[in-house]
Ligand binder design. Sequence first.
Ligand SMILES: NC(=O)c1ccc[n+]([C@@H]2O[C@H](COP(=O)([O-])OP(=O)(O)OC[C@H]3O[C@@H](n4cnc5c(N)ncnc54)[C@H](O)[C@@H]3O)[C@@H](O)[C@H]2O)c1
Length: 344
Amino acid sequence: MMDYKSEYKGKKILVTGGAGAIGSNLVRALSEAGAEKIIILDDFSSAEKWNIPSLPNVLVSEGDILDEIKLKRVFFEKPDYVFHLAAFFANQNSIDHPERDLQVNGMGILKLLEYSALTKVKRFVYASSGCSIYGSHAPMPLKEDFMSMHLSTPYQITKMLGELYCNFFQHQYEVPVVKTRFFNSYGPGEIPGQYRNVIPNFIYWAMSGKPLPITGTGEETRDFTFVGDIVDGLMRSGVMKEAIGEEFNLASGREIQIKQLAEMINKMVGNNAGISFAPKRKWDTKSRILASVEKANKLIGYKPNTTFEQGLPKAIEWFKQNWDNIQKAASFGPGASSAVRTIC
Ligand SMILES: NC(=O)c1ccc[n+]([C@@H]2O[C@H](COP(=O)([O-])OP(=O)(O)OC[C@H]3O[C@@H](n4cnc5c(N)ncnc54)[C@H](O)[C@@H]3O)[C@@H](O)[C@H]2O)c1
């Protein structure tokens, strides 16, 4: 198998959403791989400046992916590779703000693909989402050849739309696209908040001495993937020719129950406030999520390397190191005690 990391040496790379939870980890890894320049395009709508690695080969362009002037500016740098991670995140947010979701996730990817076609990038890697493709009744483990037209949130619809645009740009303009489908990323770099994932929010509530709110029975499962494994899958996808035109899951291939997750976090943090239960949200229709990683393994040698037992302490450690900043940044909006959270 090729030495994929060394392919980034001396290259220019655009990472949209590079200040975010996954993007900030990807930027660090690309920098370590010896990229000449990594350009982050991010409007900081769900990110914090202190979370960006301050490295000499990282350039930050603050702005909206819908802003033509910003796009011209970053594509003027002639990036070799584009990782498109910027998104209006995620399910509950899209239910509350469906038009903005369509603008950012729909029009946003269209613009990025247009500029990528025009400047003939070597690769366009799209951050798709497992929960946006397979619907609620697919056989487990979820495999890439199954799809559903019955999606339950605008976010799921627009993330799928992104894959469809990728396919169109590959067929029509020969843009070498890759569609990577993530499953519940977690780990250092994800700041909690009203619209964030369950793990950072549970750690936040546990460190605040509050009960961990489960919307549902707690028997639901998710396939939690350590962010470092997702980053490794992205780096492989950016340069391996076997990935071109393909779509595949980047997951851990293991199910964890939400109740078990809550108990683990309370124990690790030393929180005695326990767990509370609230009714399931209407859109939250998936009782189990377990992905197959067979295709990614076969095509690009992807293998999840960090077990849940190894990854969770790393996320908690990051919280402890950044607790002051996290407390200032975490926003839960009105009605915080009901702790809206996203598990899909
Ligand atoms: N985190 C997950 O579990 C998960 C699962 C499936 C798919 N994904 C996808 O992976 C990508 C990264 O996810 P993440 O968890 O790092 O989310 P994130 O919210 O931390 O990162 C997204 C980044 O995009 C930026 N952004 C949002 N709107 C923008 C705009 N209009 N212009 C410029 N920047 C904008 C945000 O400020 C943020 O830094 C997203 O595309 C998301 O849909 C994530």
